[in-house]
Every structure is written in C-alpha cells, then in structure tokens.
Design a protein around this ligand. Structure first.
Ligand SMILES: [Zn+2]
Length: 342
C-alpha cells in the first residue's frame, strides 16, 4: 500500500493528539508478540493490525472450535469446520484486514525452549493466554530482555489487567507469590465467559500497548484495573514500583525460563490433557493411514484428530497432542503411547 493510501487509512488515528504522524511512524516500525490467540488475543490482534502495527507474531497452540465463535472475534464457522490452528486462521484473517501488516502465525506452545526466540525480538508482548504457567514464563523472558508485557485475564463477566514494564513497574513476581494464580480460581470452562468482558480487557491492553509503542506511556498513569461488566463495578489502583527483593527482577532468577517449573503434561481445561512431546516430527498423512482402522480420523495440513469414544486425540505435526475426554494424565499418556507411539 502506498504512503498516500496509508495517510487516508490512518487519518483519524493521526489526528488524535496522543499519536500524530510520529506516533503512526513508530507503530509501522513496531514488532509485537501476542501469546495466545483465543478471545483476548483475537481482539488484540484485530485492533493492532487495524492500528497499523508493522509486525505481529501470533503464538497459539490450539485450533478453532465451534464453542470459540461466541467470543473469539477473528474466527468464523469455516475455521471451526476445518479445525484450523488459531495461529493460521488469525494470520489469514488479519492479512485481509490489513495487507500492509506482516503477520507471522506460529502454531506452538510457548515453552522454555522457544520462549526467548519467539518473544525477545519484539518490543512488546501481549498476554492472550488462559493459564498462569505461560504467564510466569512470559514474565521471565520480559524481565530478562527488558521488554514490557501486558497481563490480562477474563472469566465470567470479570476481567483484570495491568502493564508490566521492567525497570519501571512491579513485575509479575513482585506482585504474586511464586506459582500463585491471580483473581479467581474458576475458569471459563467451569463458569463461562461473556464477550464484553473480553473486549473490555483487550481494549485496556491495546491502549497500554499503543502508549508504550508511540512513547507516551508513563508510570504515574499505570494502573492495575479490575472490572465486572455484569455488576458494573470497576476498580483501578496505581501500579506498584519494583520490589527490591524480587527473585525475578531484582535477583534475576528465571526459574520458569530455565524449565525448572515446566511439567511434561498439563491440564488445559475442557476436560482434556495436553502432552508436550517435542522434537517428534510426525507425518500426519502416514499416521492417518495407520490409525484409520482404530477410529474416525480427520486431518488437515496442521493437525490430525482421532475419535475413539469417549476420547478424542488431536495431534500436531510437532508431536504435541491434546487428549480430550479425560483429566487423568496417566490415562492420556497411555492413549498417546497406544495410538501415536511411546
Ligand atoms: Zn519483580
């Protein structure tokens, strides 16, 4: 797209005093990573692509399902029907929304082995995840490489968000005990979620992102914000400064990045278990042929699904698998060994 077209495209944003011509130029040069492209990640990616952020890397381990469509604004029925990985579906959709933005969809779980490579070459990281294990890992990489990241979480009608800017604000470890989980113990799989709560949190995250990217963010204005969009109760408190005794940002101990806290098998909600098998490249076409005798098999270029009631195995080309129908890790491991390989 030519510079003249860009002028028209972003005219309303450039008119806004907080951004202007210089801010728009900075957005075009910016690189942002979005970890998790479910409800929050979809809304963040949509907004940042439309705002003209030059490069977006979208990291997601999951695929689109029909139950996502109520709140995950980038996806449609065809994506769910084809079981497309969210990172792939998002990349396709965003290229239609703004063809001048470079979008890199990465179908992967963010883990200690890939986290620095996927995050450290970006100026900013947005939290679109649904679990604390990944957030602790993001915090380690962000603090180690001095990159801001913006925490966000939603469940039911309730949301919480804050910017974490290394050297300026408290980091995640300053705010929380190691391994602790913030907010509510419930998950979207048990109490549901409504889309205005998602879009409220994503809007606050994107606003912080724009301020950081154009250089107008200030510690004095930074807030930890909580809100309930059903009872209309909102609360904002100033972000604390870093703690002098913090194990992560003061003592620079990166336990999550060093993999000391990373289990091989994790529960990932929805009555399912994820098996983090890596470095096992699978030929999905060949696997399909082998599994056809065992149950109903479907595959696309990115994943294969085997239905063996009451279970369903979704296997990715890198060997990772999500076993639906159980929360028992040893049963899941057994099914994996039986159908995919020990
Ligand atoms: Zn800290």
């Amino acid at each position: 797209m030519s510079p003249a077209d860009d002028r028209a495209r972003y005219s309303r944003q450039v008119l806004f005093a907080g951004i202007g011509e210089e801010g728009q130029r900075r957005l075009a040069e910016a690189r942002v990573a979005i970890v998790g492209c479910g409800a929050l990640g979809s809304a963040q990616a949509n907004a940042l692509a439309r705002a003209g952020v030059g490069f977006l890397r979208i990291v997601d381990r999951d695929f689109v399902e029909e139950s996502n469509l109520q709140r995950q604004m980038l996806f449609d029925e065809a994506d769910a029907r084809d079981s497309l990985p969210k990172a792939v579906a998002a990349q396709r959709k965003l290229s239609l929304i703004n063809s001048s933005v470079r979008v890199e969809g990465v179908v992967a779980d963010l883990v200690p082995e890939n986290a620095e490579a996927l995050l450290s070459d970006c100026a900013l990281v947005l939290d679109g995840t649904d679990n604390f294990e990944t957030r602790w890992l993001i915090n380690d990489v962000a603090v180690k490489h001095q990159r801001p990241w913006i925490y966000g979480a939603v469940v039911g009608s309730y949301g919480v968000t804050c910017p974490i800017v290394p050297g300026k604000t408290a980091c995640f470890s300053c705010l929380l005990e190691p391994g602790a989980e913030w907010g509510v113990g419930e998950t979207c799989d048990t109490v549901g979620v409504i889309n205005p709560a998602v879009n409220w949190v994503a809007a606050l995250q994107v606003s912080q992102a724009l301020q950081l990217l154009v250089g107008s963010w200030s510690f004095e204005q930074a807030r930890l914000q909580r809100g309930d969009l059903w009872s209309n109760q909102f609360h904002a408190s100033p972000m604390p400064a870093p703690r002098a005794d913090c194990r992560t940002c003061a003592r620079r101990q990166f336990a999550y990045l060093e993999g000391k806290a990373q289990p091989q098998i994790t529960l990932c909600g929805r009555n399912s278990v994820q098996i983090h098998e890596r470095g096992r490249r699978l030929d999905l076409g060949q696997l399909r042929g082998r599994l056809a005798a065992h149950g109903e098999v479907r595959n696309n270029d990115y994943l294969l699904r085997l239905r063996v009631p009451p279970y369903e195995l979704t296997v990715f080309a890198d060997g990772r698998a999500i076993i639906h129908g159980t929360t028992d890790p040893s049963l899941a491991r057994g099914l994996y060994a039986r159908y995919i390989g020990a």
